[in-house]
Structures are given as C-alpha cells and as structure tokens.
Design a protein. Structure first.
Length: 373
C-alpha cells in the first residue's frame, strides 16, 4: 500500500524541486509555457519579494513512496484580510499527478496551515495573490496561455471538486480580433462620438518620463479596481518591483493614459504576448535565450490587455471603448491582430457587455475555488 508524505520545503534543494516539479506534469503538453526559473525564485523568495512584507507563506512537497508527486503553497495575505475582512487564507502553486489521494493530502496540508493562522476559509489558487497569476483554467484547454495567465491540466477540476471545493468566482478571458472590430461602423462611430463628447485624449507611455507615468498608473490602478471582488491594493514597492521587471518588455505605444480636460481618468497596460517566445526557452533566459526577446519580437501575434481601468466617477460613459479602439489600432501598427482581455470577473456586467458588443469572443474561463477549513 502506498503512503503519501507531505513535507514542508526547508532547503534550497527542496525549493528547486518545488520550482521544477511542473516539468514532470507538463512533459508532453504542447500548450504549456514553462515559467522562467529565475523569476520563480524571485517570486517565492520571502526575503526579496515585497509581497511578503505583509504576507506569510509556506511551500510543501508531496511524496508517494519517496517519489515526488505534487506541490502546494499555503498563504496568509494580511493586505487581503485587511481589505476584505473575509477570514480567508489561500492555496497556490498547486501541481499534482492525477491522483485524488495525493491532491487531498496537499489540500489538507494547506487547509491545516490556514486553520492554524486562525482563518476560516481557504480560497485559490492564488500564486501568491490576485495581483499575480490567479485562478485555475476550467475552459479553453486547446490553447497556450497568454502572458501571466494560468494553465493547468483539465483533470485538476475533478481533483478540486473531489476534495469538496465550491466555486467562489469565475474569471473570463476574451479574444479580440482586430478585423471584427474594424468591420463595425457602429463601433467606429460610437468611440468617435465618446471622444468628442467627453474631450477624451489618449496619451502613451513616455520612457523618458517613465517614473512620472508610473505614478499615474498607480493612481488609476488602486482607484479604478478598488470596488472589484478579490482586489488587493498593491504597495508602492510592489508596483515599483513589477514595473522594473516589465519595463524591458514594455511597448510604449501600448501603455495608455486617458485624460479629460487635463485630468487623468483611466489607463491601460497592454503587453505583447512574450509567452510565444518563453514557450521554447524551457525556463531558461540565460545564457542566450534572452536574445530571442528582441530577435523574435516581430513574430509575436498576440497582445494581452492586463489592465484597463476607468476611475469610478467616469465609468459607464463608454470611455473603455475608446481605449480598446486605440489598443487595436496600435497593435495593428505592430502587425499584431489579436488581443486577449483578461481577466474579467464573471459578474462585471459593464466590461463583459462591452466586450461582447465589440464582437469579442469569451474563449477561456478560470475559477477561484473555496472551502471551509
């Protein structure tokens, strides 16, 4: 009879096993995009990742008769708890062979850790928060993930359901094809009317004023998304760290700010889908793979709209339509004709309705699970 043992990650070698275990799960999966190992080390480092200044986590490995068969993280996010007051801890970084017994042992370990923190619910996956890779893919397994979006085997759904998880919230990803948008005269006239009616001006990121524009983004980010389910405000240090990492990959023409009469009312952060390059790097950026980020850039065929926010007092005026129109035109100038808007809460009627009106296709769905501890 096999025996499952779950051990806390204590050493560098165990952390390396934790990081590299997904290669076993996705060995023959053509859609998986291997994460960059160096970035995973930074993300999980509790001394260097600013997220952990207001959070705690432990990581665990599962063994079956000494063979590594799964991993999980257990997370207590103090910022989330202060903001939502929902007594919830999170599980994250879940990877597991197709075995309910192994999955149950991993989930039990995370649940017990969360219970010891005197919390009442476990949600996830959060890797490690809603500001990082978030959710579990439940629809759309026939395609690789866009940049910073999750991907997992379909059998994970049964493992979660088998454990007793319930749906907390679903998140949508929408595919936008430029020719569908540009074919709509109604949309073209509509966005033009909105521009003129509200005197909306769109400006792009200026790299020479990067830090000044970063302050604009911070303002919009923490104001526009504040009412959303699962939102956790990012600290100055977290945003600065994210910006430092993304700056070399940023395309200035796709980072946009909207102003009305000189007042900042919205912003959009759009990234080219570098997953199309990372997919063939096998987790290694150096010594030579980093060159591909520049030499293969012109081959990219997707962008991902990571964030598009309008501050509350200017919402429901159609300003987001102007942003989408701008993004697709600018993407076309880069010879990119497909975009993904993700993620969007299932009950964000304004965003979902607007995307549907633009002939976008809701082509993927992700789930946040929850259970009592």
């Amino acid at each position: 009879m096999s025996s499952i043992e779950v051990k806390k990650v204590e050493s560098k070698s165990e952390l390396s096993q934790f990081i590299k275990f997904p290669w076993k799960i996705y060995k023959n999966d053509e859609h998986w995009v291997p994460p960059l190992i160096m970035e995973q080390k930074k993300l999980l480092n509790k001394l260097k990742n600013p997220f952990f200044k207001d959070a705690d986590a432990d990581y665990f490995l599962a063994y079956n008769d000494g063979k590594l068969v799964g991993r999980i993280g257990a997370i207590k996010n103090d910022t989330h708890l202060k903001y939502h007051n929902d007594d919830s801890g999170h599980f994250g970084f879940f990877e597991c062979i197709n075995d309910q017994v192994v999955a149950n042992a991993l989930f039990d370990t995370a649940k017990n850790w969360i219970e010891k923190k005197q919390l009442k619910f476990m949600k996830g996956p959060a890797n490690p928060s809603s500001n990082d890779i978030y959710g579990m893919l439940v629809e759309g397994f026939d395609d690789s993930p866009r940049l910073l979006m999750p991907y997992n085997p379909e059998y994970y759904i049964k493992l979660c359901e088998g454990y007793g998880f319930q749906k907390a919230k679903d998140l949508f990803a929408w595919k936008i094809v430029s020719k569908k948008i540009f074919a709509s005269e109604k949309l073209k006239r509509g966005q033009d009317l909105v521009r003129k009616r509200y005197r909306l001006k769109i400006h792009q990121l200026e790299m020479k004023n990067f830090h000044k524009d970063l302050e604009k983004f911070k303002y919009v980010y923490n104001k526009a998304w504040a009412p959303n389910w699962g939102f956790v405000p990012m600290t100055e240090e977290q945003i600065d760290t994210m910006a430092k990492e993304m700056k070399p990959l940023a395309e200035p023409s796709l980072v946009l700010f909207g102003e009305i009469d000189g007042k900042l009312v919205g912003a959009a952060l759009v990234m080219m889908d570098y997953n199309q390059i990372f997919k063939n790097m096998n987790g290694r950026l150096f010594p030579f793979n980093f060159i591909k980020l520049f030499t293969h850039k012109k081959k990219l065929s997707w962008v991902r709209i990571l964030t598009l926010g309008i501050i509350p007092e200017y919402q429901k005026r159609g300003l987001d339509t102007v942003f989408y129109w701008e993004i697709l035109h600018r993407g076309r100038d880069l010879n990119i004709h497909r975009g993904e808007a993700s993620w969007v809460l299932e009950d964000n009627d304004m965003m979902n309705r607007g995307l549907a009106l633009m002939n976008a296709d809701r082509y993927k769905k992700y789930r946040i699970w929850e259970c009592e501890v």
